[in-house]
Design a protein around this ligand. Structure first.
Ligand SMILES: [Mn+2]
Length: 318
């Protein structure tokens, strides 16, 4: 698959779907593709299915057109799966996927085994937005589409910081910048800006974090009652794990937040040599070498012990 044109040949209707709990890259790639198709393929009917995007993404054009529920009466010639690594991660359009034969998956998760009938999965790419950008015609990318794609690249590279950032990433970002997008505002508004309550919880989580494995691992936990106290939800937890990872001497950061009683969403980040996607996979999750996640059950103590023993195995291999 080298271009979107070949994928859309003969297609009259298409659905675009991202993953559960959509992040900047998921929203940016879904909206980027949606806007590109609206701008350049007006004859193709296109719908985008996502869980309600966070307020920090409201600047993206037509984000109010996102469908947050799938009506089983709607059918399509083609379904795009963007930034989705496995079928259990498809968000609101999961039941559509089950009855679709013609599916195209664009992704960069190393754990993706080929979710679509056609796949473009590039584990070395910074983001799904970068994977998508490569099959679009740059001349046909509007400013609004460029804003969406730039947002995704910014989010998945931690503002061009993580090692998944390559010269190709920078070239794609530079070309998007040429469209005259407000790049500084996009970074500030969608990535760095936090509410007062989010900062309060971040500070508290850092204060109560613990160091393990001689300081090479750090763990932070947020319980349900704390989220309730600050009036926060799961999507407000973004950024806590990367702040934990910033600690000098730490190779792996573990962040847990309680989804249900004794059920935790686990985020793992590593700095240089531990492959956290392998650890997340052991517990039924997935992701990338340096950023991965899974769901685990038990007390925070049990969960952290189970994770840290796996981390220790990899630390000893070095
Ligand atoms: Mn991504």
């Amino acid at each position: 698959m080298n271009s979107l044109d070949e994928v859309l040949d003969g297609v009259k209707s298409a659905a675009i779907a991202g993953h559960v709990n959509p992040d900047g890259d998921c929203i940016g790639s879904c909206m980027g593709l949606y806007l590109y198709m609206k701008d350049n393929f007006p004859a193709v009917h296109v719908d985008v299915y996502l869980e309600k995007p966070g307020d920090e993404f409201l600047f993206i054009r037509d984000i109010d057109c996102v469908e947050t529920e799938y009506d089983s009466g709607s059918d399509y010639d083609l379904m795009f799966l963007l930034d989705v690594s496995s079928s259990d991660r498809i968000g609101v359009a999961a039941s559509l996927y089950e009855c679709m034969d013609n599916t195209v998956c664009l992704d960069h998760h190393v754990t993706n085994k080929g979710l679509g009938r056609m796949n473009r999965i590039l584990p070395k790419a910074s983001s799904t937005c970068e994977v998508l950008y490569e099959i679009l015609d740059d001349k046909k990318i509007s400013k609004a589409c460029a804003e969406a794609l730039y947002t995704g690249i910014v989010h998945d590279t931690g503002v061009f910081q993580y090692t998944n950032t390559s010269p190709a990433t920078m070239r794609a970002a530079a070309n998007l910048m040429e469209k005259g997008i407000p790049f500084s505002d996009i970074v500030d508004r969608s990535f760095y800006q936090k509410s007062y309550a989010q900062n309060q919880l971040l500070g508290r989580t850092l204060m109560e974090s613990i160091l393990l494995l001689d300081g090479s691992c750090i763990a932070g936990v947020v319980r349900q009652k704390e989220m309730e106290f600050y009036g926060l939800t799961s999507r407000d937890m973004d950024g806590i794990v990367s702040q934990l990872r910033n600690t000098i001497g730490v190779e792996v950061a573990i962040f847990l937040y309680e989804k249900d009683s004794c059920q935790f969403k686990v985020s793992l980040r590593s700095k240089s040599y531990v492959d956290v996607s392998k650890i997340a996979s052991l517990f039924g999750g997935g992701g990338h070498a340096k950023a991965a996640g899974c769901i685990m059950h038990g007390t925070p103590y049990d969960v952290i012990c189970n994770l840290s023993s796996q981390i220790e195995i990899q630390l000893k291999e070095v």
